[in-house]
Design a protein around this ligand. Structure first.
Ligand SMILES: Cc1cc2nc3c(=O)[nH]c(=O)nc-3n(C[C@H](O)[C@H](O)[C@H](O)COP(=O)(O)O)c2cc1C
Length: 188
């Protein structure tokens, strides 16, 4: 297989769930955000909006409130997460970026996912750990969404989807679980 720095970051990126407490540098965050903004988007809409949160009280509140919603889910795994007192859904990461999409764009959820993956790969290339966080999305899907749109300063017409947690890695994992087979067909 061909290997270069880009492919190495893609292959070696693993979800980080143990973060160091120290804050990542502003230049690193700005670089990661820029990588997100250079993702492809349908109609070149660039319909993303990013909220960088480093305020510990707000992070604790998002953790607590997201778990409250998770408790009400029928899915047992999610419900269990909600009831897990010890679980910090952001795993102590010092920076969270909430990703929101412009609701009247052509394909905002897909565009935002592309931006999110760009940011995770960019973080890996800087040896910064990242974790895509879907649990906070339960809160954004709940009837409390307007409260959090206001608290997070999300512009009118945008909807928050999910977040990424970022920070220096406490534990470095590079080994991926085996890839599932039979996911490619060639038609030549
Ligand atoms: C849409 C999405 C939501 C996710 N939500 C969470 C989450 O809430 N908490 C978490 O620990 N990991 C979350 N993950 C990370 C996945 O669990 C992880 O990517 C997967 O297990 C594969 O591991 P890897 O990223 O190390 O390759 C999420 C990933 C995606 C793509």
């Amino acid at each position: 297989m061909i290997m270069n720095d880009t492919l190495k970051a893609i292959m070696e990126r693993r979800t980080t769930r143990k973060f160091k407490e120290d804050q990542i540098k502003e230049e690193e965050i700005n670089t990661i955000l820029k990588a997100g903004m250079y993702a492809p988007s349908a109609h070149n809409d660039q319909p993303w909006n990013f909220t960088v949160i480093q305020n510990k009280d707000l992070l604790n509140e998002l953790n607590k409130e997201s778990k409250e919603i998770a408790k009400t889910f029928p899915n047992e795994t999610i419900k269990k997460m909600g009831h897990n007192e010890k679980l910090n859904i952001f795993y102590g990461a010092p920076t969270i970026i909430v990703i929101s999409g412009r609701e009247n764009a052509m394909m905002p959820q897909i565009d935002c996912a592309a931006a999110t993956e760009n940011m995770l790969i960019a973080a890996e290339s800087l040896d910064i750990g990242g974790c895509w966080n879907g649990i906070v999305g339960f809160l954004f899907d709940s009837n409390k969404v307007e409260i959090y749109k206001e608290k997070l300063g999300i512009p009118e017409g945008y909807r928050p989807y999910y977040a990424i947690a970022l920070g220096y890695k406490k534990v470095k994992i590079t080994k991926a679980l085996p890839r599932k087979e039979n996911s490619i067909q060639y038609i030549k």
